[in-house]
Design a protein. Structure first.
Length: 1028
């Protein structure tokens, strides 16, 4: 394998000292975004000579006589910069760099930085889009604020072709989290998500974000798994003036606020700062209890402080928060030793936010096609006889309350040739959730011919109303989950310009090389202490059909180690240490055309620990299973709850009764390590005055290991050869994976006219497996929940990517753009259902192949360019249309084509790839009155949520999300010099977000599988900023 240092040796071998005539040169940057600033005018006053910065911000004036000069740099929309006493010595080029700041009104709010459409950050984003080697789309802090996006996840949906899964995972051009890497200031963060290797974007508030950049094509200086794209959240930098700002806000949700029946539980809530885990710790390890019947240690954990096991209601919590920020910059004295003058800057911010959500219109259903006819019915998830089975058709009420807070600090030191930045960010997000799910529609469907769930009626089950009480009896399930997660990162970034060190190579004018070093240490943690789930079966006729009704144990047939009560603990921690070193050798051809040779090294070390533990009351068939028989209330407990009927409170039944549980003996702990080492080399070369090309490659090595630790002597793992679970021996479930990938990339940029450009790009990338996907353990989160088993043989996916884009910029701030993209996937990773020897489970496998292609359209226009009366109005529109397909493995296709199923399917859509995404916004900005108004509309098209499966020889069709619309409106008004009042309304249409069953092999389309609504959010905020 080529060692990464060989690349640097080849580049550095050609260097020598350059002894050219006296010259002036440097780089002009956008001080608000840290981006190169093109077309800036540089004037040397004493010589009356001028230069213009190139696309990379670089400028050069040769043949400058020795002397002392004054240099003035200017550009429309930016504050002019002047620097005197610039010394030019004979035979030595003098480097002079400038940062131009956007022309901002002194009275503008700082909490979310103001962006002028005639210059400054919005123009900087469009300029970056035009000049980046990758296809890049960005969104500014101003647009994030106007759209009412409270976090990075909500803001990402405003970018063309981007959306989020589950409200927090980035999806770019239809490719979900495994194909997209999320970064903070260009540095990838760890994640404590149990299922994904994806950063949860909802934990980063928009108040600390300067821009979100989405690179939709791969270049060798990016990480190799940026297949769908790389999402980079750029934090706010150091301001140009010393300031203090404060913003306070309050919110009201149409479904969650003002309720007296908000779902919670005794002892629930998140506290003031989300440090409530200690108060929820239950005594798990108690003295051995020699069985309820004596003799065997069936129950070996005594719960002496049980706490709530069921939901109750409270007054809904208050929502709101605040942001406080301060910062500034200071010129350093030239007399300081070792530094000799420079600029020191500091920016800090703290944020605090409380939120709540509630819905009582939730649906969670599982339906299947019965036999070979096309009739859909609630699926029989557990069947012991033709007229004895359970179904899963739940009506769901769910409430959650959360607190999110943290802090951000950025310290920068700017010297003549060196810039140093030290960034720190801490975010803590704590959520407490209570769920009540009841299943009554299943029994109603089978026993009541008049029951009409879909307009088509339903069959009369044999036996009618007097049927066996075990025909889909009522089920009530309650879940209480408290989760604490935090992310912490410390980042060091050093940029050094190697003044006087230029390669001595013919044919080009070499400029000042730039060396960039970054180091980061990050940690992500997720802790879920004592998650409680309790479920029971209610039979109207009692367990023998002769009584008024009663509760019995709901014990999932999929895993007998779970009873009707489970209490689980899960602790995940992931750390990441990352280093990178990048060298850029800029040059000019004919003193007009700019290019660069770049090389770099990258190393990332990630360690994950996963600990979980589960207790349950297995071994008895009574609903009061596990209660202490010596307790005085034991004999009366069942009667009390039975007398309360189906709506009786679980909390009243269990809370005051000590009980015993035992180790559920499921799952196992593991330690995972991942090492990624990479080196790259690339060149950006100006082929002609109107055309440039970028070519290069990245060599990336992946080493991933997993060491599994059994929780007990009874732990098992799944043996694919034997087709069933076997005892877990040390080392059997461990994973050692290693692979090297050579990832080439090439792109072409052509300026057809001054305002029309064309781009093309081709690259190869990869998509990696997650720890969970590789671990062959039987993993079940809760009683009755689906079983997941990892696949030790799962491999990496590879992608070939092709992109074309045409941009037209008719004026500053205007844009009309069209793109086409195509991705060819080899060994794509997909989720599948398997059944061996009567045992059903979910796993992952490599499909043979897949393709994804689509088009993107984008328009941004300032209406004042067309009519003076429309000044201040701007509109934007973007649309993405996606077509995807994956080819099923032969064994899975054969299952659908079997005689008992007869639903042949050899290919399907790629999961989570929406058919289309639409965004539309209208902004009005009146500078004289200080008024701003914005309307933002989004629509997400149909996407496949889960592919079709076969269960108990019944066909379960594909599940698709239904298109829905979102409408946000914002308004802000400047009040005097220091105050700004803002109003917002989000999700005004409040659609029912649905997932439905669809297939050509069923008659009843669009039966709901899952559904819920979010409610309408109204917000009011007041902010102030004081500059010193």
């Amino acid at each position: 394998m080529l060692h990464p240092t060989h690349i640097f040796a080849l580049v550095l071998a050609s260097w020598s000292f350059a002894q050219d005539a006296g010259a002036l040169r440097g780089r002009v940057m956008d001080g608000d975004f840290g981006l190169p600033l093109a077309d800036a005018r540089i004037v040397v006053s004493e010589l009356e000579r001028t230069a213009q910065s190139g696309s990379d911000g670089n400028w050069l004036l040769n043949d400058v006589p020795p002397g002392v000069y004054t240099i003035v740099v200017s550009k429309a929309g930016f504050i002019q910069s002047l620097r005197g006493d610039v010394v030019v010595r004979s035979g030595t080029p003098s480097d002079v760099n400038f940062e131009l700041m956007g022309q901002f009104d002194d009275q503008e709010e700082f909490v979310v930085e103001k962006v002028e459409t005639v210059g400054g950050t919005e123009l900087g984003l469009l300029q970056l889009r035009a000049e980046s080697p990758a296809l890049l789309d960005s969104i500014s802090s101003e647009l994030i604020s106007r759209a009412g996006a409270g976090d990075a996840g909500a803001a990402l949906k405003l970018i063309s072709g981007a959306t989020v899964q589950d409200g927090k995972y980035a999806v770019v051009r239809g490719l979900p989290d495994r194909y997209v890497n999320s970064q903070l200031n260009g540095i990838r963060l760890p994640t404590a998500d149990a299922d994904k290797r994806a950063v949860e974007l909802d934990q980063f508030p928009s108040t600390v974000i300067r821009t979100i950049e989405v690179s939709k094509t791969f270049t060798p200086d990016q990480q190799g798994d940026a297949s769908g794209g790389a999402v980079n959240m750029v934090l706010k930098g150091v301001p140009d003036v010393t300031y203090f700002s404060f913003k306070a806000s309050t919110r009201w949700n149409s479904q969650a606020s003002g309720r007296s029946d908000f779902l919670s539980y005794d002892g629930g809530g998140v506290g003031d700062f989300g440090f409530e885990s200690d108060s929820r710790t239950t005594s798990r390890v108690g003295p051995y209890f020699e069985g309820l019947g004596g003799g065997t240690p069936d129950f070996n954990f005594v719960v002496d402080r049980p706490g709530a096991l069921g939901v109750s209601t409270i007054q809904s919590p208050i929502q709101g928060g605040f942001t406080l920020a301060a910062g500034g910059r200071e010129e350093l004295s030239s007399s300081i030793p070792l530094i000799g003058g420079g600029l020191l800057g500091l920016n800090t911010s703290v944020f605090y936010n409380r939120d709540a959500s509630y819905y009582d219109d939730g649906i969670n259903d599982r339906w299947s096609r019965e036999g070979l006819d096309a009739v859909m019915a609630p699926a029989d998830t557990q069947q012991t006889a033709p007229e004895e089975f359970l179904t899963r058709v739940y009506d769901v009420t769910r409430a959650s309350q959360s607190v999110n807070w943290g802090g951000f600090a950025s310290l920068t030191l700017e010297l003549d040739n060196t810039d140093v930045a030290l960034n720190y960010l801490y975010t803590r997000d704590v959520k407490d959730t209570a769920v009540l799910a009841t299943n009554t529609r299943g029994r109603d469907f089978y026993l009541d011919p008049a029951f009409d769930g879909n307009g088509d009626g339903s069959p009369d089950f044999p036996g009618g109303v007097d049927a066996n009480p075990d025909v889909s009896p009522y089920v009530r399930s309650e879940a209480l989950t408290y989760n604490e997660r935090y992310t912490q990162t410390l980042q060091l970034l050093v940029t050094h310009r190697l003044a006087g060190w230029q390669p001595n190579l013919p044919g080009v004018q070499w400029l000042t090389p730039e060396l960039t070093f970054s180091a980061s240490s990050s940690i992500a943690s997720s802790y879920t202490p004592d998650s409680r789930r309790l479920a029971g079966i209610w039979r109207d006729g009692g367990t023998d059909g002769n009584s008024n009704g009663g509760w019995t144990l709901f014990q999932p047939g999929a895993n007998v180690n779970f009873g009707n009560l489970t209490r689980t603990w899960e602790d995940i921690e992931e750390t990441s240490d990352q280093l990178s070193l990048d060298l850029s050798l800029p040059f000019e051809v004919d003193r007009k055309r700019s290019g660069a040779v770049s090389a770099g090294l990258f190393a990332d070390r990630t360690d994950r620990t996963f600990d979980n533990f589960a207790l349950s009351n297995t071994g008895d068939l009574g609903f009061d299973n596990g209660l202490d028989p010596s307790d005085i209330n034991y004999e009366q407990a069942s009667q009390i709850l039975n007398g309360a009927g189906f709506d009786g409170s679980y909390s009243d039944f269990f809370e005051d009764n000590p009980y015993y549980l035992r180790d559920a003996q499921v799952g196992a702990d593991y330690v995972g390590t991942q090492a990624i080492d990479a080196a790259y080399l690339m060149m950006d070369y100006p082929i002609s005055p109107t055309m440039s090309a970028t070519v290069g490659a990245r060599l990336e090595q992946t080493d991933l290991g997993i060491t599994v630790t059994p929780q007990s002597d009874f732990a098992v793992y799944y043996d694919y050869v034997l087709g069933g679970p076997i005892e877990l021996e040390p080392g059997v479930a461990d994973v050692n994976f290693s692979r090297s990938d050579f990832l080439p990339a090439a792109s072409l940029r052509w300026s057809i006219k001054d305002d029309i450009s064309f781009r093309s790009s081709w690259s190869q990338t990869i998509a990696r497996q997650t720890y969970k996907e590789l671990t062959p353990l039987i993993q079940q989160e809760y009683l009755g929940g689906p079983i997941f088993i990892g696949n030790q043989r799962l491999g990496i996916s590879t992608l070939s990517n092709l992109d074309l884009r045409m941009d037209w910029t008719p004026y500053e701030g205007g844009l009309v753009s069209g793109s086409w993209f195509y991705k060819d996937l080899t060994d794509p990773i997909e989720t599948v259902q398997r059944r061996q020897n009567g045992f059903g489970y979910t796993t992952v496998t490599n499909y043979d192949e897949g393709t994804l292609n689509g088009i993107e359209l984008e328009v941004r226009q300032k209406l004042g360019e067309f009519n003076d009366e429309w000044a201040g109005l701007s509109v934007g529109f973007n649309a993405t249309f996606i077509d995807s397909v994956v080819t099923l493995p032969a064994d899975e296709a054969a299952t659908f084509d079997s005689p008992v199923i007869q639903a042949p399917m050899s290919e399907r859509q790629m999961a989570n790839a929406p058919e289309y995404l639409l965004n539309l916004f209208l902004n009005y900005d009146n500078e004289e009155t200080g008024s701003q108004f914005g309307v933002y509309y989004t629509r997400q098209g149909t996407s496949l949520v889960a592919g079709a499966t076969v269960e108990n020889d019944n066909y379960i069709p594909n599940i698709f999300s239904v298109p829905y619309d979102t409408l946000n409106v914002t308004f802000s008004q400047r009040l005097g010099r220091y105050l700004t009042l803002s109003l917002g309304a989000r999700n005004l249409l409040n659609p029912l977000i649905k997932e439905v069953y669809r297939s050509e092999y069923i008659d009843q389309q669009n039966i709901i599988a899952n559904a819920y609504s979010k409610g309408i959010d109204f917000s009011l905020s007041l902010s102030t900023k004081i500059e010193f």
